[in-house]
Design a protein around this ligand. Structure first.
Ligand code: SF4
Ligand code: WCC
Ligand code: FE2
Length: 623
């Protein structure tokens, strides 16, 4: 019991950890235990297997080898490893963005039945940013032209990415001076892989600078494209009520769980689940309906635009299966544990992979392509409905708690809309001190940290101190489970923030979307800075990733800092093998970028650091 409580703060998590154990499942927490003690060299970033003269490792105590076979020292090895983490993260977000651009182009060409342009407003706005005139063109023409222009962003023909047009002048000047203005999205990632090959860039500082450039190509490039094109294709999110936790899985309905990141597949499943013929089939099978629920960021995308409830975040993905209520789980890519397929064999659940680039053990592969996605989605929903009667009653355990209510859908457009169309009222609230500042609390779960504890503890402290929290990804789901995403949660905020939330009817913790949607936070920060004629780093803002695990999170943290936002990490990144790199990233970088990293596993201390930072920024602004 104590062991289970140490693993997660969530009630449903604790119940289903027990159920999973009863059913003989091995979960991510068990596998983490089995890995302990984890390799100390790797934890410090001091191991290298970039070539076949190695693998090599550096002795952190100074007694054993201080150089790899090639001669690389601790600083070079740590910097190269960090660089490759950034490259992998940036590549993941950006390749996701590319897949959306492909759909946008095919919609324009008429080769993607079922998909459409849901936001002509955003299509026109973004096309204009790319220098494409809208006059006399149909949305389809515009979509094709914009898609082609965006494809160019990935290549090598540019000197700077187009969305840098939204970045404050002062920030652009800093990047130019440091030589880290991102050019092509793929170019920066490819160059990082080149630089970290044996015998290329062996200056740890220049490796780190390129790491920032690579991360910026994600934040202001690949992720930005992913978010903007998702809005064009599927609509700009607007405030929407929904629910969260495993209680959203319904005993008397066909449950289809959507997991992964890209809305391309899930949006088609959403459409198919409304099909009267399939609903009739469901009722023929004795089900009262077809119930969709989300996990991770595919879930967040559906939640933001359609109000689809969330079953949970990263560490709940295995436990969702242990309810025995999931008739089908459909995955696309990223953060999908390869263990899921095998766990599902214990139940009746059909496991479906959908991306040509993401296959998994014990999953049936049903590849989605824009041309056939609509019919594929209907086929899958039909299979799920037919699977309903195969549930194993002895293995079913409905969640004991009712779902927690929440509100999502806070795109930048929605936030500005709530403020009456301009950022001025928010700026006024910050000036008056009613809102002291704003913090993005984002990122994953990690079995090294009690699930959701980091997020919820930090966020509660921040809002108590009149700091508005915006969130994305699995952090947002943690906050929702803790009840922080309803307007009534304003009661937990300090007096100033409470007042602002009440007058606007919003929660003190605003859901801005999936992990690629961290760019919505960048976009808002840039809009505030531009409205004030200042730089992002002058504003009382911060970011935190209390429970991060993924390479994508490393890229996000780096583009946040490079964009001028102080960022606190809960899980230590593998850099502590190089005291020089730790000092640069946590101290000296401030002088270059006006922002730095901090590593603070204790969320109460992290809150104190952030509050102090926000006070300093306010003081510097004369507030
Ligand atoms: Fe060892 Fe150098 Fe090869 Fe890395 S690149 S494995 S440090 S020889
Ligand atoms: Ni984004 Fe982290 Fe969740 Fe995956 S879904 S686990 S990167 S926060
Ligand atoms: Fe190792």
């Amino acid at each position: 019991k104590a062991e289970i409580e140490a693993r997660t703060i969530t009630e449903d998590g604790q119940v289903f950890l027990q159920k999973a154990a009863q059913d003989g499942l091995e979960t991510v927490w068990d596998r983490y235990q089995a890995q302990k003690p984890q390799c100390g060299f790797c934890e410090l970033g001091l191991s290298c297997r970039n070539c076949s003269m190695g693998p090599c490792r550096i002795d952190p105590f100074g007694e054993g080898p201080q150089r790899g076979v090639c001669g690389a020292d601790a600083d070079i090895i740590v910097a190269r490893n960090l660089g490759r983490m950034i490259a992998a993260g940036a590549a993941s977000h950006s390749d996701h963005g590319r897949d959306l651009v492909e759909v946008l182009r095919k919609v324009g060409e008429g080769h993607a039945p079922g998909y459409t342009i849901r936001s002509e407003e955003k299509l026109k706005k973004v096309a204009a940013e790319f220098g494409i005139a809208a006059d006399g063109k149909t949305p389809a023409d515009l979509a094709v032209e914009l898609a082609h222009a965006m494809e160019e962003e990935f290549g090598t023909r540019k000197k700077a990415l187009t969305f840098l047009g939204r970045v404050p002048e002062k920030r652009r000047a800093i990047w130019d001076k440091l030589g880290i203005t991102p050019r092509g999205i793929d170019r920066e990632t490819s160059e990082m892989m080149h630089r970290t090959h044996m015998g290329v860039d062996n200056d740890w500082q220049s490796l780190l600078l390129h790491g920032l450039r690579n991360a910026l190509s994600d934040g202001w490039g690949g992720s930005f494209i992913a978010t903007e094109v998702s809005d064009i294709l599927f609509g700009i999110p607007q405030p929407v009520p929904s629910e969260v936790n495993l209680g959203v899985l319904k005993e008397n309905q066909v449950n289809i769980v959507l997991h992964g990141h890209n809305p391309i597949v899930s949006e088609m499943i959403y459409e198919a689940a409304q099909d009267p013929e399939l609903l009739a089939l469901a009722s023929e099978k004795g089900a009262e309906g077809i119930n969709l629920a989300g996990l991770c960021c595919t879930g967040n995308e559906l939640l933001m635009r359609r109000g689809i409830p969330m079953a949970g975040n990263h560490l709940m993905t295995e436990l969702a299966l242990s309810t025995g209520l999931v008739d089908m789980m459909i995955v696309d890519y990223q953060c999908i544990m390869p263990a899921l397929g095998e766990i599902a064999t214990c139940y009746h659940t059909l496991m479906i992979s959908t991306s040509d680039k993401a296959k998994f053990p014990h999953m049936a592969h049903h590849e989605f392509h824009p041309e056939t996605a609509q019919s594929k989605a209907r086929e899958l929903v039909r299979m799920a409905v037919e699977n309903y009667e195969r549930r194993l009653p002895a293995k079913v355990l409905p969640a004991p708690n009712t779902p927690t209510r929440m509100m999502a859908g806070f795109s930048v457009e929605a936030i500005l809309g709530a403020l009456g169309g301009s950022p001025a009222p928010l700026i006024e609230a910050i000036k008056s001190g009613a809102v002291q500042g704003a913090v993005g609390v984002v990122g994953c779960n990690n079995p090294k940290i009690r699930q959701d504890f980091g997020h919820v503890t930090l966020t509660r402290h921040l809002i108590e101190n009149d700091i508005l929290v915006v969130d994305t990804g699995c952090a947002a789901v943690a906050h929702a489970k803790a009840g922080l995403k309803v307007p009534e949660a304003a009661a937990l905020a300090g007096p100033g923030l409470q007042q602002v939330c009440k007058s606007l009817g919003i929660p003190p913790v605003l859901h801005m979307g999936s992990c690629v949607d961290n760019v919505r936070i960048l976009d808002l920060a840039a809009a505030l800075a531009n409205a004030l004629g200042t730089d992002i780093s002058d504003l009382p803002l911060a970011a935190a990733a209390p429970e991060w695990y993924s390479e994508k999170a490393v890229s996000i943290a780096c583009y946040a800092v490079a964009s001028g936002i102080f960022t606190v990490l809960g899980t230590p990144p593998p850099i502590f093998g190089s005291p020089k790199i730790v000092k640069l990233l946590t101290e000296d970088i401030e002088g270059l970028l006006g922002a730095s990293f901090a590593v603070e596993p204790d969320p109460e201390k992290a809150a104190a650091r952030i509050e102090q930072h926000i006070r300093q920024k306010r003081k510097a602004l004369g507030l």
